[in-house]
Every structure is written in C-alpha cells, then in structure tokens.
Write a protein that binds this ligand. Structure first.
Ligand SMILES: [Zn+2]
Ligand SMILES: [Zn+2]
Length: 364
C-alpha cells in the first residue's frame, strides 16, 4: 500500500500572469479513474500562452485558481471503482484529451474533436465524461492528479518519466504525420525545429522518408542537423521556397509539416509542396497577428491537401514505442529540469528560448 497524504503541493494559476505555489487537497479517483503520483511534467508551447491569457477566447482555463500541465508521466498510486486495466505501481504517461466516448466523433476515434467538448460537469452542465486535462480540467502541475484510464498509457521499462512526459509532444507530431502519411523515399519539409518539429523529423525518418529538410534558424536549426535532418534552411538567410524547389528538382516536397506557428508559414508551405502534396498544420497560430492569405488557385491547380491536426489521439502507444526503440531520441530533447517551485523560472527560460533550451521538464 502506498500512503497517500490528504494535501499536496501544486503550482496554481491564480489569475492571468500570476502563478502561486499552493497546498491543495489530493483528489480522489472516481469510477474508471486512477490517482497518479506525478513524476515529470513537460512545459508545452501552449503553457506560457495560457498563462498570459492567450486562450481566453476558448475559455482556457475555465476558472481560477487552476492547475495547468498536460504533458506528464507518473505512477498509479490508487485505483477508483471499476478499474481493472491498471494496477498500483504502474508507470504511465498521460494524454490531455479524454473524449466523451459516445459522440459521433469519439466513436470514430476522433476524440480530440469530441462533440461534447467541455461537457465535464464543472460549471453545472451535465457531465458527459469529457476531460481536457490541464486546459479545461485540473492538470499535472502538482504532486498528484486523477486521470481516467482512457487517458493513460503504460511506459516501456527503458523509457524514463522525463522522456515519457513528452508522449504528448511526440504524439502531436505523430498525429499530424498519421493524417498526411509519409511517402517512402520521398522528401519531407519540417518547418520549425522546436520539440514537435524535432519529433516530426525523427518520426518521418523512422517511417521511411528519403530526406527531411528542416526550416528554422539559430541553435535549434543546428540541433536538427544533429538529430538527422538532411538539409537545413535558415529562413533568415535564404528564400525558403526557392531553396526547397532547388532541392527537389523544381517539383516540391511530398509532405510539409508546419510546426512553427509562424502565421506566414502555411502560405509558404503551399508554394513548397509538390502537386498533390500534403500540408499538415500542427501548430497554434497567433490570433493577434495578421493572417496570410493562402494561395487559393495554387491549392486548386496543384490539388494540395491542407490538414489541420489537433492534439494526439490514438498515437500514444506508438510514440512510447518510438522512445523505447530509439526512433525518437527523447533524452536528447530534455535539456532542462526544475523542481515544481521553480515553475515560473522554468516557463520564463522556455518561453524566452534561453540557454539553447529545447524541452523543459518539471519534477514535482
Ligand atoms: Zn502540449
Ligand atoms: Zn465525444
């Protein structure tokens, strides 16, 4: 038996741009849920944006004080009623999305776009069982949190908690690639050598891309070279579209994976894709900056497929295996670790890209 305390340390968003360490009650697992001791939480690009109020329009967080954190790994320490799939002591990694399971989209496996989104009972609405941990429902920036069994996955023995916490990061890349497919022997362009882009690069290689061209700048672009990118294009120094066309004999790339979140990148991606090419948008874009018109006739005449990709449904097992068998080098991506009390410092370092940061992990 693992002894579970009544209260726990948590890092709480008390208002936009206000973080405080608080003592909160340890939540109790309900039917189909488990209580997890959180070992590692990775900071996502969406976290600083939420802290600053950048998701107020979609109601993230839905209330204050709120515990964020959605890229996590830990250990099952207590089972709720009806749980048979997991045992106390299991090492698990989490997903942010847990769909209602009964709507049309969930039934087709598309639970990150659940039609009962937000129907989690928190504001007095009927609880349809939907959870969006760390965004619309209490997250992992704490010593403990409760998760539905549908949102957790066993971690292979040779994968550390810190790496497994990137199940979400790598899963976002994997879901985008699952939508587009990878042309065996073909050319993939990855725009944005951040954590998602670096995972996309390694997954694309693992799935048989002949060549991966990475677009970025500075130390992260150089790092992408170390992680296996075949061609590096610095967008500050070169015309990216022209260079991609040169590299592909004027034909363009089979797949373009947009992982940067720069508002002009989707438009450029249309010009660097081959006829019938696929463009996947995995990033979040800035609503407060101008959008760039997509070249509509290029899309029509070249039969481009532009795919929006949200979160990481149905890919956690795959990416945990990729960490385990080395297709994704997870250890290389975790550059910084902090205790929970230093979360504000960690967010600052991550957000302002100090000290060649790639991925920051908090150990509560
Ligand atoms: Zn994330
Ligand atoms: Zn649903």
């Amino acid at each position: 038996m693992i002894e579970i305390p009544k209260t726990m340390k948590a890092m709480v968003l008390t208002a936009y741009d206000r973080l405080a360490k608080m003592e909160l009650p340890v939540p109790a697992p309900g039917h189909g849920e488990v209580l997890c001791r959180i070992h590692s939480v990775a900071i996502c690009g969406s976290d600083p944006k939420m802290i600053h109020g950048g998701y107020a329009n979609v109601n993230w967080p839905p209330y204050f004080p709120f515990v964020m954190g959605h890229e996590w790994a830990g250990e099952v320490v207590a089972l709720g009623p009806g749980v048979t799939q997991f045992q106390v002591g299991d090492r698990v990694a989490g997903e942010a999305h847990k769909g209602c399971g009964i709507c049309d989209n969930c039934k087709k496996g598309n639970y990150s776009v659940c039609l009962n989104y937000g129907r989690d009972g928190h504001d007095g609405n009927a609880d349809m069982g939907h959870r969006h941990y760390g965004f619309a429902w209490q997250g992992a920036n704490a010593e403990y949190n409760v998760y539905h069994v549908a949102a957790i996955h066993r971690i292979p023995d040779n994968v550390s908690y810190d790496v497994a916490a990137m199940c979400d990061t790598a899963g976002v890349a994997m879901h985008g690639i699952a939508l587009s497919g990878i042309t065996p022997g073909g050319t993939v362009v990855v725009i944005g050598p951040g954590p998602i882009g670096l995972c996309a690069l390694q997954i694309a290689k693992g799935m048989g891309a002949g060549r991966v061209i990475m677009v970025g700048r500075g130390s992260k672009l150089a790092f992408a070279g170390k992680m296996g990118a075949d061609v590096l294009i610095d967008f500050e120094k070169e015309d990216v579209v022209r260079r991609v066309l040169e590299e592909t004999n004027g034909i363009g790339a089979d797949e373009v994976l947009e992982c940067s979140g720069a508002n002009d990148s989707p438009m450029k991606a249309c010009y660097m894709a081959r006829k019938t090419g696929k463009i996947v948008l995995t990033a979040n874009y800035r609503d407060d900056r101008p959008s760039f018109q997509l070249p509509l006739n290029t899309i029509v005449f070249n039969e481009l497929k532009i795919l929006g990709s949200k979160a990481n449904p149905n890919v956690s097992g795959t990416v945990l295996n990729y960490f385990s068998n080395g297709i994704i080098n997870g250890e290389a991506l975790v550059t910084h670790r902090f205790p929970l009390e230093d979360y504000p410092k960690a967010v600052d370092l991550f957000e302002n890209k100090r000290d060649n940061v790639i991925k920051v992990v908090i150990n509560p």
